[in-house]
Design a protein around this ligand. Structure first.
Ligand SMILES: [Zn+2]
Length: 196
């Protein structure tokens, strides 16, 4: 999940305007940031995902991020908000991915396998947060329609990436809801080298 997490940060900013949006964005992506750091420390992708997205480590990360926000902003509410936002990442990832909630625990429903549906759900979450923020104390640049439009483009790029990469290279825009017959752009199978 990508822009769905941004929607959570937008919604939180509208509810708690004193917390900087930057801090909320870092909080909403904290498990992904930690996973990249652990990957850079040469942990395997599975270990990096486990120690960043699964309990109890994700809860420890949430508590650490919340404590940082509490100290930096001298605001106890910031601890609770940031703690909740970091954990919201783990819960939302259970919709899009199939990571375990804890080692050996229940796994996500992996909606990311149905890319068009995930695109719609993430767009709706993002728009819900953006509309809330737009009605409240949003900075003027954030009120521009180009912000959600750009976020949808980012998500669509991720969809293209996930369809075109192995082991899903035989998938197409309508998969798995339709068969990839190759007769149109919607049913054309892609295969590219990952560019990120
Ligand atoms: Zn994640």
């Amino acid at each position: 999940m990508i822009i769905g997490h941004v929607g959570v940060a937008f919604a939180a900013k509208s509810r708690w305007p004193r917390i900087p949006l930057n801090a909320l964005l870092v909080a909403t992506f904290a498990p992904d940031i930690l996973r990249e750091l652990l990957g850079a420390l040469s942990l395997s992708p599975w270990e990096a995902t486990l120690y960043s997205h699964a309990l109890p480590w994700s809860a420890l990360l949430a508590a650490f991020a919340g404590a940082l926000a509490w100290v930096a902003l001298r605001d106890r509410t910031a601890f609770i908000v940031v703690f909740g936002i970091v954990l919201s990442h783990v819960l939302l990832d259970l919709i899009s991915g199939n990571k375990p909630l804890w080692y050996g625990g229940p796994r996500g429903i992996h909606l990311g396998m149905v890319e068009p549906v995930e695109l719609i759900i993430e767009t709706l979450i993002m728009l819900a947060g953006w509309y809330r923020l737009r009605r409240n104390a949003a900075p003027s640049w954030l009120k521009h329609w180009a912000v959600p439009a750009l976020l949808v483009v980012v998500q669509m790029a991720s969809v293209v990436g996930s369809i075109s990469q192995r082991p899903y290279a035989t998938r197409c825009l309508v998969s798995p809801m339709g068969t990839c017959s190759g007769s149109s752009l919607l049913t054309k199978s892609w295969e590219t080298k990952p560019f990120w």
